[in-house]
Design a protein around this ligand. Structure first.
Ligand SMILES: NC(=O)c1ccc[n+]([C@@H]2O[C@H](COP(=O)([O-])OP(=O)(O)OC[C@H]3O[C@@H](n4cnc5c(N)ncnc54)[C@H](OP(=O)(O)O)[C@@H]3O)[C@@H](O)[C@H]2O)c1
Length: 246
């Protein structure tokens, strides 16, 4: 992917950071977006530059169409049209359904699903014109299995899978692929707050017997984002130590 322009949303921390660095190692120029943690985004940018690639950071909410428009203008101005889009920005607001508030449901759907829709729609025209593009959406095993206390998050992540398949069908003839990656449990700030007993219960469901590393998710994303994955589209690849065996 030498010289390709990649955008990783939520690239400031966690899995997004590992993806940004991995794409840089493959030779891509990397733009990362973040919502509020500028310091973390700056650290990622340093790591990307150390890997030998150009990097720019952009602040904005992926759930806002104005912010996404500004993001794409910024990336376009710095590097040119986005050729590789990784929809990674995501959040949780867990609650059991009986107690779930409308804003908990809406905020999670807005970031995870609407954000994916807005960013994908914004880059698609350029990809169609170039007759080349790679879209990788970071879903979750929770979107495949469901999870008590995460009806909002599971709905958003399952929605991303249906979205991915539909986009893949729409643009398959134009040299553009769209795939989803469904990570299992990976230690980041997103999962760090889970109580120890919940972590142990999850670990009991992982055949490999350990949690995943962000770099292990990034490895699969790098494959899907590259030239060699041209014949893979509309798929959801679980990277989860065997939690989901399809
Ligand atoms: N960790 C896991 O075990 C796991 C498992 C399955 C799937 N996933 C998925 O993998 C992705 C990354 O997860 P992670 O664990 O790396 O999360 P994380 O450490 O919490 O990082 C989330 C990133 O997304 C950004 N972000 C959140 N909401 C945003 C918004 N509305 N607009 C723009 N950026 C936003 C954050 O920006 P700031 O830094 O500015 O806050 C941050 O850079 C998510 O989609 C998550 O659902 C994670």
């Amino acid at each position: 992917m030498e010289g390709r322009v990649a955008l990783v949303t939520g690239g400031g921390r966690g899995i997004g950071r590992a993806i940004a660095v991995r794409l840089a190692q493959e030779g891509a120029k990397v733009a990362i977006s973040y919502r509020s943690n500028a310091a973390a985004a700056g650290e990622t940018a340093e790591l990307v530059r150390k890997a030998g690639a150009g990097c720019e950071t952009f602040k904005g909410d992926v759930a806002s169409s104005e912010d996404v428009e500004a993001l794409m203008k910024g990336v376009g101005g710095a590097f040119g049209p986005v050729e590789i889009l990784v929809n990674n920005a995501g959040m949780t607001r867990d609650n059991i359904l009986l107690r779930m508030k409308d804003d908990e449901f809406e905020e999670v759907l807005a970031t995870n699903l609407k954000g994916t829709y807005l960013c994908t729609r914004a880059v698609l025209r350029g990809m169609v014109r170039a007759r080349w593009g790679r879209i990788v959406n970071i879903s979750s095993v929770v979107g495949l299995l469901g999870n008590a206390g995460q009806a909002n998050y599971a709905a958003s992540k399952a929605g991303m899978i249906g979205f991915t398949k539909s986009v893949a069908r729409e643009v398959a003839g134009r040299g553009i692929t769209a795939n989803a990656v469904a990570p299992g449990y990976v230690e980041t700030e997103l999962t760090g707050a889970l109580p120890e007993n919940v972590k142990e219960r999850i670990l009991g469901q992982v055949p490999v017997g350990r949690f995943g590393e962000p770099e292990e998710i990034a490895e699969v994303v790098a494959f899907l984002a590259g030239e060699r994955a041209a014949y893979v589209t509309g798929q959801t690849i679980a990277v989860d130590g065997g939690m989901v065996m399809q």
